[in-house]
Design a binder for this molecule. Structure first.
Ligand SMILES: Nc1ncnc2c1ncn2[C@@H]1O[C@H](COP(=O)(O)OP(=O)(O)OP(=O)(O)O)[C@@H](O)[C@H]1O
Ligand SMILES: [Mg+2]
Length: 403
């Protein structure tokens, strides 16, 4: 990718610190849609500003994790700024040394807001500025600590993020109080990235539904509300099930709470939930033992060659029982809730996830599973979520590589 031109908004985010009408601001916040070109112009602007304004100072470059910062920012620096600045990375201590042609030199430390050690490390240093990429994904304590360290005269803060809930602390503390904090707010849409090909933009538009669409495509701060999935029985429920493919079982374990398992067949780019087993011990008035649940799995599999049983990672006793029986290969499920929900939503959206008409529990839960309507973070209501969880485990653990 060659950076021949930047959009007007990108140029503003890059050069505000050098413009007579805007240089009075102490901070800049760029929020908005995904892929709208926020990170690239802010990083370029941040280095140009810091190298033009300071010499022998220390700055912080913060991402969600150091690994994501390396992936999104550091490996591109040479391409973005190589012709203008001399950048050397010292990987062992997460540090960059940057020199300008006129002999100035500054140090940039990399921090990951979600990396445990970062909080400790940033506590002790004095900064002349910080760039916080994806600030909304960092703990508040880390962001506040970073801001507090920026005590050099003329220090500036550079934030960017995708929108989250308007209850999110970053929205309340920084966007609503922009004026009080003397921060410049620039809002980005996909149209602000001159290098985004229309087909890529269309792919992103197809990828998200519901409030994720409003946030990541339209760039709006909005709460999660209503049903989690846009499930349409006409599109997603089928009687036409494949006769062959690769078979899997996914399990959400419960004794007090319901136990839910789905038998899946993956063929081509589609995954079909062929059958399911759902048992609500509380409703039935009798809890089942792990051994009884295991027998239910055997029945569910019949004589199909099931490649893996993906199980709720917290179900240690049940995992041990399935392993001991020796028939199935067990895999602990990936249990990241929000990425999992987004993935299931995407697979439904593209029609790749199909539910067999006999899977009554899954079909029922799709029509009930909803978001908690308040709170800073997106959270589904923890009810009617058992088949939903086993479906999520299956998608995140088995389909993730193929999507
Ligand atoms: N002016 C430009 N010229 C060429 N490529 C660009 C330009 N602006 C952005 N890009 C490229 O477009 C892609 C998206 O840009 P960037 O990562 O800055 O967006 P973002 O708004 O930070 O996205 P996200 O919200 O997903 O983090 C990147 O691959 C980036 O290199
Ligand atoms: Mg970005």
């Amino acid at each position: 990718m060659i950076y021949r031109s930047f959009s007007k908004r990108q140029l503003l985010a890059m050069t505000w610190w050098n413009r007579p009408d805007l240089r009075r601001f102490d901070a800049i916040i760029c929020d908005g849609a995904v892929r709208s070109g926020k990170t690239v112009c802010m990083v370029v602007g941040f280095f140009l500003w810091s190298m033009a304004s300071f010499n022998g100072n220390v700055f912080a470059l913060c991402g969600k994790t150091v690994a994501s910062l390396r992936r999104n920012v550091v490996i591109h620096l040479q391409q973005w700024l190589g012709g203008v600045l001399d950048i050397t990375e010292h990987r062992s201590d997460n540090r960059l040394e940057v020199r300008s042609p006129d002999g100035r030199k500054n140090t940039y430390y990399l921090f990951g807001g979600q990396d445990e050690s970062s909080y400790m490390l940033i506590q002790g240093i004095t900064l002349a500025g910080a760039l916080l990429d994806e600030a909304v994904l960092m703990p508040r304590s880390f962001v506040e600590q970073t801001c507090a360290r920026c005590s050099e005269m003329g220090a500036k803060l550079w934030f960017n993020c995708n929108p989250a809930s308007p209850e999110h602390w970053f929205y309340k503390e920084w966007l609503e109080k922009c004026r009080e904090k003397n921060a410049l707010h620039l809002h980005f849409t996909m149209g602000d990235n001159p290098a985004l090909p229309p087909e890529v933009r269309a792919r992103y538009e197809r990828m998200y539904t519901g409030h994720f669409y409003r946030r990541y495509v339209l760039g709006q701060w909005c709460g999660a509300e209503g049903l989690v999935y846009d499930f349409d029985p006409k599109r997603h429920v089928t009687e036409k099930l494949p006769q062959s493919g690769r078979y899997y079982i996914s399990v959400d374990y419960g004794t007090q709470n319901p136990f839910s398992a789905g038998l899946w067949c993956v063929t081509g780019d589609k995954a079909y939930r062929l059958r399911e087993y759902y048992y609500n011990g509380r409703e039935a008035g009798r809890m089942r033992t792990d051994q009884e649940y295991y027998e239910a799995l055997e029945d569910l599999a019949g004589d199909l060659p099931v490649e893996q049983v993906v199980i709720d990672p917290s179900a240690a006793s049940f995992i041990a029982v399935v392993r001991k029986a020796g028939r199935f290969r067990v895999r602990r499920a990936n249990n990241e809730v929000l990425p999992g929900i987004q993935m299931v939503a995407r697979l439904l959206q593209t029609g790749r996830l199909q539910i067999g008409a006999d899977c009554k529990a899954a079909i029922r839960e799709f029509s009930l599973y909803c978001w908690q309507s308040t709170g800073e973070r997106d959270q589904p209501v923890k009810e009617n979520d058992h088949a939903m969880d086993d479906i999520r485990y299956f998608c995140m653990s088995v389909l993730r590589r193929t999507q």
